[in-house]
Write a protein that binds this ligand. Sequence first.
Ligand code: GRG
Length: 319
Amino acid sequence: MSNTLSENTNPPTVSDPFNYEAHFKARLDQINQALDDYLTPNDPTAPNYADGLWQAMRYSTLNGGKRIRAVMAIETCLACGGEPDNILPTACAIELVHAQSLIHDDLPCMDDDDLRRGKPTLHKAFDEATAVLTGDALIAMAFGLIVKHTPSSQRVTPETIGTVVSDFADVASIRGLVNGQYVDIQCEGKAVSGDVLEYIHSYKTGALFGFSTRAGAKLAGADDALVETMTRFGQTVGLAFQIVDDLLDIQSNAETLGKTVGKDQDQQKATYPALYGEAVSKEKVQELTQQAKALLGNHPQIQVDSLLRLADFISVRVH
Ligand code: GRG
């Protein structure tokens, strides 16, 4: 398997997710290996009375997952002229916060789910207290990874890395996921407007995608205009990703998705298909995908191929 995109002489067609997945398998292996390393206690000889917590962190993080946000971060960094080492710690940090959000989302006080990535959710496999603590540990660890492991250089200064950490704090809190999750829960069972729905999806999902591409661009040393374009690219693709998620919740099955289906309707969630219907939601996905891809046309200096494929893959994904 090739480890670089440039070695791929026969790129998959954009509407073929199987070829796409093969193309990016090397990226997944790289991310999974780094996550495995980060989630290994440093000193195996030291007393470790919290072994169960390490196991829970590994169970919830190294248990599959598409790694789409991490791949977006890496591919954006490469597209903007950066190296994998610049972005890998942040890509892993993104996956840790994403894993944490899924663990907490699955808790009985939130979406109350039993199945995640084809296995029992963390609080089912372990217990609720462990699930809360695992989430806590993953968030804090994520910030540490960026600070401890991101190499600085003349192009990517410690100050730039500091702004990445600050951006991350925004999307992992009231300016991102937590905000979206709060409004999502508050809106359960209520009729919501299109604006509120877009707000929920943008905060709950779009924000972390936007951070992924923003960090990718910043850690490649991109200028402000490119950083802003890449942020919008990620946010737009992230919104499309969430609408596809809404559609799959209706159209797919638990075996394919590895999670419970039909929950949005059961919990009377605010979703695109519920508000606009399936056909309009699919059109919206295509519209957002085209918008995202068009943004990239503003910067002829970047290598856009893999980002175009990512956007297309997200729009046609089946799991
Ligand atoms: C970040 C501090 C902090 C708190 C999180 C619980 C919560 C607050 C937010 C939940 C947000 C949430 C569940 C959004 C859903 C996003 C989504 C579409 C998840 C599914 O992503 P995939 O399909 O999952 O990429 P895999 O398993 O492939 O990684």
